[in-house]
Design a protein around this ligand. Structure first.
Ligand code: HEM
Length: 484
């Protein structure tokens, strides 16, 4: 019955088979599995994945990996179908869901169906309002000021990457919970609760989860579960305190804005649910933003021509700190960030599993233009990294970092450019992240006239929950008075 039903679907839609990747081991696909493992170990998985499209000679192909067939695609139309028009026919693969659930329960980053809809509807209004992002900017400045103090002004080498990770963690925690981790009160509380360094606590938990998520199977060992529990306990304390304050009528002081957490406790007192959502938004937003900043400054340090153009635009501010609207008007800054997210997207690859037999619009037949049949349970991977380097979408110089390409208004990649995902699950923090990245970049350019790279190596991937730079961001920042 299943066979006949599938044949009918294929016939009705004119489906053709996609290209086959030339596996050296056509029985188990151990060649590709090993190659994937080696590439990952040597931090070259992203270019490896991109090269497979060239080897297969197609933008959609079928590949055998460790005994399982996968479909890989970089066709915007197929990605649009999975993320939007056929949204309900695809879910996250079970392994990802299992691993993340340990940390955040059924929160937005994990759930599907009505549970996800409820999370998204509750969170969305708080994260996406322009007024909310605008009001966060004074917090950015406070955390930026602290980061600035750690950047030497004597031309010595500094790794900006850990500073960006600390900056985004402090900014994210304060945005979410209203707590300033670096304040004396919070440092004392962390000590009292024996949480040690909370930033390190979360960093370690995220590293563990990222590692477990790439393993094909296996549950979390007891020590990792215990570690995650400590993070949850810390968040619980914040949530319970906020619930008590809300019930006793105590909210933010006069003129103080409500934190994301204070907004959520107005709607529910389910502390487990709130805890999960807080962790989900923290994981979604913190690493991605820090990774993007690290890659951006890694590139800028090697491209004085781009820094000079950015400086010219920043000079128009006459030393004033930019507001939300002004930042959006800074075209070259925006194009530089857009270009960074094209070549070095913090979420460079993703996979979805079909919940039912379905059809994707292209990728079949010798010309790759016919629809392809996708059976229930099939995992379809898409690589945003590889798609963003397609010459037929971005031009013959697609591999070159050139922010000016975005000045050409005829460049409209649509679903071919997806650093923030698309469709109903599009990133909820897009505006927030773009503002934080632009603000930090502009402020650094106001403080330093130039940046010099102290790392001759090319950009190489470092996998965590998002993708960052392997060798960090080692630079020398040149303040104005030091320029000769
Ligand atoms: C440069 C920074 C960022 C990038 C590149 C990015 C990218 C993405 C991507 C690709 C997804 C889809 C992931 C998936 O479904 O597997 C996503 C989802 C999400 N992002 Fe972001 N993100 C960034 C920053 C942020 C920030 C700062 C926040 C919050 C303040 C945030 C909140 C979220 C949330 C809540 C989701 C889940 C949406 C849903 O499933 O409905 N992101 N993001």
């Amino acid at each position: 019955v299943i066979y006949r039903r599938r044949s009918r679907i294929k016939r009705e839609h004119g489906c053709q088979d996609p290209a086959k990747f030339p596996n050296k081991d056509p029985i188990f696909g151990l060649d590709v599995w090993l190659d994937t493992y080696q590439s990952m170990k040597h931090h070259r998985l992203l270019p490896k994945i991109a090269s497979r499209y060239k080897t297969a000679g197609a933008n959609t192909f079928r590949i055998l990996i460790a005994g399982k067939y996968r479909i890989s695609t970089i066709e915007p139309e197929n990605i649009k179908a999975m993320l939007s028009t056929k949204f309900t026919s695809f879910v996250f693969p079970a392994r990802r869901t299992y691993v993340l659930k340990q940390f955040m329960g059924d929160a937005i980053f994990v759930s599907h169906g009505p549970t996800w809809q409820h999370s998204r509807a509750t969170i969305r209004p708080h994260l996406t309002k322009d007024s909310f992002i605008d009001s966060e900017m004074s917090r950015f400045e406070k955390h930026f000021g602290r980061m600035l103090k750690a950047i030497p002004r004597d031309r010595s080498t500094v790794d900006l990457q850990p500073l960006f990770f600390l900056f985004t963690m402090n900014a994210a925690i304060e945005m979410l919970t209203g707590k300033d981790l670096q304040s004396e009160e919070q440092l004392a509380l962390a000590k009292e609760g024996n949480y040690g360094n909370i930033v390190e606590l979360f960093d370690d938990a995220q590293r563990m989860l990222a590692f477990r998520a790439v393993l094909p199977y296996g549950s979390l060992p007891a020590n990792e579960k215990q570690h995650i529990k400590r993070c949850q306990e810390w968040v619980d304390r914040c949530v319970i305190q906020a619930i008590i304050e809300h019930k006793s009528g105590k909210v933010a002081g006069d003129g103080e804005k409500l934190s994301f957490l204070q907004e959520l406790v107005k709607e529910t007192d389910d502390h487990v649910w709130i805890r999960g959502e807080l962790i989900a938004v923290l994981i979604a937003g913190r690493d991605t933003t820090a990774s993007t900043l690290s890659s951006l400054w890694f590139v800028l340090a090697k491209r004085p021509d781009i820094v000079a153009k950015l400086q010219a635009e920043v000079a128009e501010l006459n030393g004033e700190r930019p507001g939300f609207t002004r930042l959006k008007q800074m075209e070259y800054v925006q194009h530089t960030i857009q270009e960074l997210l094209r070549l070095y997207p913090a979420v460079p690859a993703n996979g979805l599993e079909a919940t039912e037999d379905t059809v994707l619009p292209v990728g079949g037949g010798t010309d790759g233009k016919s629809p392809i049949f996708i059976k229930k349970g099939q995992i379809v991977n898409h690589s945003v990294y590889a798609m963003h380097r397609r010459k037929d979408i971005f031009g013959p110089d697609a591999e070159v970092f050139r922010p000016e390409r975005w000045e050409d208004k005829s460049l409209r990649p649509g679903w071919g450019y997806l650093p923030f995902n698309g469709g109903p699950r599009v990133c909820l923090g897009q505006q927030f992240a773009l503002t934080e990245i632009a603000y930090t970049t502009v402020r650094l350019l106001q403080e330093f006239q130039a940046v010099e790279s102290r790392d001759a190596s090319p950009w190489q991937e470092k996998w965590m929950t998002s993708c960052s730079v392997l060798t960090g961001c080692k630079v020398s920042m040149i303040p104005y008075e030091n320029v000769v």
